[in-house]
Design a protein around this ligand. Structure first.
Ligand SMILES: [Mg+2]
Length: 272
């Protein structure tokens, strides 16, 4: 499968979903979607029919507000019918603006930031105790790193040498209220994680090949958890959304929707 072209097809699904429902976090969806695509289409051992299998890999979207990207992927892979997203964010729908585990394919409710890594560490520790080979993946936002629980988790994962755990930071350098280094600085982020005992990989985070290589390297690293600092662009794929904090939670107008869809289709075709 051409994963790069797939990411633009999925972005079109996300844009359509948010435009129709008049709500969603499009900037973060477009920054994280390459990471999720490589995990779901290439790296993780999971399938729609086996979400209760004890040996499945575990995935936690800690930056839960990017759930529209996850919905696009789960529906494309058959975890639930695409038509169920017609009532996304409508009253009574289980397809709400953050992940919930009533939906096939979603392990953990998330949205309150800073919880995904600690719970993932519990899953990884359980895997070690049960002598299972499954891997645990969690994706955090970079604004999320201001939560203290992230660093308590980072300390524990290093202490327990959880090499079955791979965390990804969607490092787009923006959060809801502006630039991360202005709101709460994280640099030098690589050194911070390394000092907690992690194997650290820093890569271009909207590059599916670089992501795939990094997940392969993480799988081979022994005795340490791995964090992939995925250096991404918020709003990646639509020129007028890129690197704009205002697109964290903005709904496109009809005109912006058309222009965005055209750009994404051009990029999809260029990737083929
Ligand atoms: Mg961010």
């Amino acid at each position: 499968m051409n994963l790069k072209a797939k990411t633009f097809e999925l972005r079109k699904d996300v844009l359509t979903l948010i435009h129709r429902a008049r709500t969603g976090h499009i900037g973060g969806d477009f920054s994280v979607i390459d990471i999720l695509t490589v995990l779901y289409y290439k790296q993780m051992n999971i399938s729609p029919e086996k979400m209760d299998h004890p040996d499945r890999d575990r995935f936690v979207l800690s930056k839960g507000h990017s759930v529209e990207a996850l919905y696009a992927i789960l529906s494309d892979l058959g975890f639930f019918p695409k038509s169920e997203l017609d009532n996304y964010s409508q009253y009574g729908s289980k397809y709400i603006g953050h992940p919930n585990n009533k939906i096939n394919g979603i392990e953990m409710n998330s949205g309150s930031l800073g919880h995904g890594l600690p719970v993932s560490i519990g899953m990884a520790l359980a895997g070690k105790l049960d002598q299972k080979d499954y891997r645990v993946y969690t994706v955090m936002g970079d604004g999320e790193l201001a939560e203290g629980s992230v660093w308590e988790g980072a300390m524990a994962a290093g202490h327990y040498r959880l090499d079955n755990l791979c965390a990804v930071v969607d490092r787009n350098r923006l959060q809801i209220s502006g630039g991360t280094e202005t709101v709460m600085a994280h640099d030098p982020l690589e050194l911070r994680f390394a000092s907690f005992g992690w194997n650290v990989l820093s890569i271009p985070g909207n590059d599916v090949d670089a992501l795939n290589d990094a997940f392969d390297l993480a799988r081979r690293a022994k005795g340490k958890p791995t964090v992939i600092i995925a250096n991404t662009t918020k709003g990646c794929g639509v020129s007028f959304m890129e690197n704009q904090a205002g697109w964290h939670h903005r709904v496109p107008t009809d005109e912006e929707y058309q222009k965005g869809m055209e750009e994404l289709e051009q990029r999809r075709l260029a990737a083929l």
